[in-house]
Design a protein around this ligand. Structure first.
Ligand SMILES: O=C(O)c1ccccc1N[C@@H]1O[C@H](COP(=O)(O)O)[C@@H](O)[C@H]1O
Length: 210
Protein backbone atom coordinates (compact mmCIF):
# COMPACT_ATOMS: atom_id res chain seq x y z
CA UNK A 1 0.00 0.00 0.00
CA UNK A 2 1.20 3.54 -0.52
CA UNK A 3 -1.64 5.92 -1.40
CA UNK A 4 -3.06 7.77 1.61
CA UNK A 5 -6.69 7.57 0.49
CA UNK A 6 -6.44 3.90 -0.37
CA UNK A 7 -4.69 3.17 2.94
CA UNK A 8 -7.56 4.87 4.78
CA UNK A 9 -10.20 2.89 2.85
CA UNK A 10 -8.47 -0.41 3.55
CA UNK A 11 -7.84 0.48 7.22
CA UNK A 12 -11.60 0.86 7.60
CA UNK A 13 -11.92 -2.86 6.84
CA UNK A 14 -9.85 -3.49 9.97
CA UNK A 15 -7.16 -5.85 8.77
CA UNK A 16 -4.70 -6.74 11.54
CA UNK A 17 -1.67 -5.91 9.44
CA UNK A 18 -0.98 -3.53 6.59
CA UNK A 19 2.07 -4.08 4.41
CA UNK A 20 4.51 -1.69 2.79
CA UNK A 21 7.08 -2.95 0.32
CA UNK A 22 10.55 -1.49 0.72
CA UNK A 23 12.16 -3.15 -2.26
CA UNK A 24 13.22 -1.11 -5.26
CA UNK A 25 12.69 -4.05 -7.61
CA UNK A 26 8.95 -4.03 -6.89
CA UNK A 27 6.24 -2.04 -8.67
CA UNK A 28 4.84 -1.55 -5.15
CA UNK A 29 7.99 -0.01 -3.69
CA UNK A 30 7.34 2.71 -1.10
CA UNK A 31 9.66 5.68 -1.53
CA UNK A 32 10.97 7.90 1.26
CA UNK A 33 8.55 10.65 0.26
CA UNK A 34 5.40 8.63 0.66
CA UNK A 35 2.96 9.44 3.46
CA UNK A 36 1.75 6.10 4.75
CA UNK A 37 0.18 7.20 8.03
CA UNK A 38 -2.38 4.76 9.40
CA UNK A 39 -4.33 4.23 12.54
CA UNK A 40 -4.01 1.26 14.88
CA UNK A 41 -2.74 -1.44 12.57
CA UNK A 42 0.40 -3.48 12.65
CA UNK A 43 2.38 -1.59 10.04
CA UNK A 44 4.56 -4.12 8.31
CA UNK A 45 7.64 -3.35 6.24
CA UNK A 46 8.49 -5.94 3.59
CA UNK A 47 12.22 -6.21 2.87
CA UNK A 48 14.30 -8.33 0.49
CA UNK A 49 17.86 -8.98 1.69
CA UNK A 50 18.12 -5.45 3.12
CA UNK A 51 20.87 -4.43 5.53
CA UNK A 52 20.01 -4.15 9.23
CA UNK A 53 20.67 -0.39 9.13
CA UNK A 54 18.21 0.14 6.31
CA UNK A 55 15.52 -1.83 8.14
CA UNK A 56 16.10 0.20 11.32
CA UNK A 57 15.91 3.45 9.36
CA UNK A 58 12.56 2.49 7.75
CA UNK A 59 11.27 1.21 11.08
CA UNK A 60 11.91 4.60 12.63
CA UNK A 61 10.76 6.70 9.70
CA UNK A 62 7.56 4.79 8.93
CA UNK A 63 6.78 3.67 12.49
CA UNK A 64 6.75 -0.01 11.56
CA UNK A 65 5.66 -2.65 14.06
CA UNK A 66 6.50 -5.74 12.00
CA UNK A 67 9.29 -6.67 9.62
CA UNK A 68 8.69 -9.20 6.86
CA UNK A 69 11.93 -10.69 5.57
CA UNK A 70 11.19 -11.77 2.01
CA UNK A 71 14.65 -12.65 0.74
CA UNK A 72 17.34 -15.20 1.64
CA UNK A 73 17.90 -13.78 5.13
CA UNK A 74 19.77 -16.34 7.21
CA UNK A 75 19.02 -17.34 10.79
CA UNK A 76 22.15 -15.41 11.83
CA UNK A 77 20.80 -12.33 10.10
CA UNK A 78 17.52 -12.67 12.04
CA UNK A 79 19.51 -13.02 15.27
CA UNK A 80 21.54 -9.89 14.48
CA UNK A 81 18.43 -7.95 13.56
CA UNK A 82 16.77 -8.94 16.83
CA UNK A 83 19.90 -7.85 18.72
CA UNK A 84 20.05 -4.53 16.85
CA UNK A 85 16.38 -3.91 17.63
CA UNK A 86 16.88 -4.52 21.32
CA UNK A 87 20.02 -2.34 21.40
CA UNK A 88 18.03 0.54 19.96
CA UNK A 89 15.15 -0.28 22.33
CA UNK A 90 12.82 -0.88 19.42
CA UNK A 91 10.50 -3.78 19.18
CA UNK A 92 9.01 -5.27 16.07
CA UNK A 93 7.50 -8.60 15.14
CA UNK A 94 9.75 -10.57 12.82
CA UNK A 95 8.19 -12.57 10.00
CA UNK A 96 10.47 -14.80 7.94
CA UNK A 97 9.22 -15.76 4.51
CA UNK A 98 9.86 -19.07 2.76
CA UNK A 99 9.06 -19.75 -0.88
CA UNK A 100 7.30 -23.01 -1.67
CA UNK A 101 7.24 -24.65 -5.07
CA UNK A 102 5.85 -28.20 -5.12
CA UNK A 103 7.61 -29.63 -2.09
CA UNK A 104 8.98 -27.94 0.99
CA UNK A 105 11.73 -29.20 3.26
CA UNK A 106 10.49 -28.17 6.71
CA UNK A 107 13.95 -28.87 8.19
CA UNK A 108 14.98 -25.42 6.96
CA UNK A 109 12.70 -23.87 9.60
CA UNK A 110 14.66 -25.43 12.46
CA UNK A 111 17.44 -22.83 12.42
CA UNK A 112 14.93 -19.98 12.66
CA UNK A 113 12.87 -21.36 15.56
CA UNK A 114 12.79 -18.90 18.44
CA UNK A 115 14.47 -16.17 16.37
CA UNK A 116 11.35 -14.94 14.56
CA UNK A 117 7.74 -14.56 15.64
CA UNK A 118 6.08 -15.97 12.56
CA UNK A 119 6.83 -17.81 9.38
CA UNK A 120 5.13 -16.88 6.12
CA UNK A 121 4.74 -19.24 3.19
CA UNK A 122 4.65 -17.66 -0.25
CA UNK A 123 4.80 -19.26 -3.68
CA UNK A 124 8.25 -19.39 -5.22
CA UNK A 125 8.05 -17.58 -8.56
CA UNK A 126 10.01 -15.46 -11.00
CA UNK A 127 9.64 -12.33 -8.85
CA UNK A 128 10.73 -11.95 -5.22
CA UNK A 129 7.09 -11.70 -4.19
CA UNK A 130 3.77 -10.55 -5.53
CA UNK A 131 3.74 -13.31 -8.16
CA UNK A 132 0.01 -13.87 -7.77
CA UNK A 133 0.29 -17.64 -7.89
CA UNK A 134 -0.74 -20.26 -5.37
CA UNK A 135 1.26 -23.24 -4.20
CA UNK A 136 -0.25 -26.54 -3.17
CA UNK A 137 -1.41 -25.79 0.39
CA UNK A 138 -1.62 -29.50 1.17
CA UNK A 139 2.11 -29.24 1.85
CA UNK A 140 1.19 -27.41 5.07
CA UNK A 141 -0.88 -30.27 6.39
CA UNK A 142 2.43 -31.78 7.54
CA UNK A 143 3.50 -28.52 9.25
CA UNK A 144 5.82 -29.66 12.06
CA UNK A 145 6.70 -26.36 13.75
CA UNK A 146 5.27 -24.65 16.85
CA UNK A 147 5.83 -21.21 15.29
CA UNK A 148 2.58 -19.77 13.90
CA UNK A 149 2.52 -18.99 10.20
CA UNK A 150 0.87 -16.75 7.62
CA UNK A 151 -0.43 -18.25 4.41
CA UNK A 152 0.35 -16.20 1.31
CA UNK A 153 0.92 -16.42 -2.42
CA UNK A 154 -1.75 -15.57 -4.96
CA UNK A 155 -4.66 -15.63 -2.53
CA UNK A 156 -7.65 -14.26 -4.42
CA UNK A 157 -11.40 -13.71 -4.02
CA UNK A 158 -12.21 -17.32 -4.96
CA UNK A 159 -9.99 -18.87 -2.32
CA UNK A 160 -12.20 -18.63 0.79
CA UNK A 161 -13.45 -22.24 0.66
CA UNK A 162 -9.90 -23.59 0.28
CA UNK A 163 -8.65 -21.39 3.15
CA UNK A 164 -11.44 -22.64 5.41
CA UNK A 165 -10.65 -26.23 4.43
CA UNK A 166 -7.00 -25.81 5.37
CA UNK A 167 -7.96 -24.07 8.63
CA UNK A 168 -10.30 -26.95 9.49
CA UNK A 169 -7.52 -29.45 8.94
CA UNK A 170 -5.53 -27.61 11.64
CA UNK A 171 -8.64 -27.42 13.86
CA UNK A 172 -9.06 -31.19 13.63
CA UNK A 173 -5.62 -31.57 15.16
CA UNK A 174 -6.33 -28.76 17.67
CA UNK A 175 -3.55 -26.78 16.06
CA UNK A 176 -5.58 -23.92 14.60
CA UNK A 177 -3.49 -21.38 16.55
CA UNK A 178 -0.61 -22.23 14.25
CA UNK A 179 -2.56 -21.01 11.20
CA UNK A 180 -2.12 -17.44 12.35
CA UNK A 181 -3.13 -15.35 9.37
CA UNK A 182 -3.52 -14.89 5.68
CA UNK A 183 -1.68 -12.34 3.61
CA UNK A 184 -3.34 -11.01 0.44
CA UNK A 185 -1.70 -8.86 -2.17
CA UNK A 186 -1.80 -8.67 -5.96
CA UNK A 187 -5.09 -10.52 -6.46
CA UNK A 188 -6.91 -7.65 -4.73
CA UNK A 189 -5.30 -4.79 -6.58
CA UNK A 190 -6.75 -2.24 -8.96
CA UNK A 191 -3.13 -1.31 -9.79
CA UNK A 192 0.22 -2.22 -8.17
CA UNK A 193 0.12 -0.95 -4.59
CA UNK A 194 -3.56 0.01 -4.80
CA UNK A 195 -6.00 -2.37 -3.14
CA UNK A 196 -9.67 -2.77 -4.07
CA UNK A 197 -11.67 -2.11 -0.87
CA UNK A 198 -14.93 -3.53 -2.27
CA UNK A 199 -13.33 -6.83 -3.28
CA UNK A 200 -11.57 -7.06 0.08
CA UNK A 201 -14.70 -6.38 2.07
CA UNK A 202 -16.57 -9.09 0.15
CA UNK A 203 -13.67 -11.48 0.72
CA UNK A 204 -13.64 -10.78 4.45
CA UNK A 205 -17.40 -11.34 4.72
CA UNK A 206 -17.14 -14.61 2.83
CA UNK A 207 -14.21 -15.76 4.93
CA UNK A 208 -15.98 -15.22 8.25
CA UNK A 209 -19.34 -16.56 7.06
CA UNK A 210 -20.24 -19.79 8.91
O1 LIG B 1 4.43 -7.54 -3.86
C1 LIG B 1 5.60 -7.32 -4.17
O2 LIG B 1 5.88 -6.60 -5.11
C2 LIG B 1 6.71 -7.95 -3.37
C3 LIG B 1 8.00 -7.68 -3.72
C4 LIG B 1 9.04 -8.21 -3.00
C5 LIG B 1 8.79 -9.04 -1.93
C6 LIG B 1 7.50 -9.35 -1.56
C7 LIG B 1 6.44 -8.80 -2.26
N1 LIG B 1 5.13 -9.11 -1.94
C8 LIG B 1 4.73 -10.13 -1.06
O3 LIG B 1 4.47 -11.31 -1.82
C9 LIG B 1 3.54 -12.10 -1.12
C10 LIG B 1 2.54 -12.73 -2.07
O4 LIG B 1 1.93 -11.82 -2.91
P1 LIG B 1 0.82 -12.25 -4.00
O5 LIG B 1 -0.45 -12.53 -3.26
O6 LIG B 1 1.31 -13.47 -4.70
O7 LIG B 1 0.67 -11.09 -4.89
C11 LIG B 1 2.94 -11.21 -0.04
O8 LIG B 1 3.51 -11.60 1.19
C12 LIG B 1 3.42 -9.82 -0.35
O9 LIG B 1 3.67 -9.06 0.81
Amino acid sequence: MREAENIAAISDLKPDYLGFIFYKGSARNVSEEENIATRSLIRTGVFVNAEVDEILQKLEKFDLAAIQLHGEETADFCKNLRKALSETEKSAELIKVFGVKEEFDFDILKGYEGLVDYFLFDTKGKNRGGNGTRFDWQVLEKYPSATPFFLSGGIGPDETAAIKKLYQSFQKRQKEDLFYGIDVNSKFEAAPGKKDPVALQKFKQELFKK
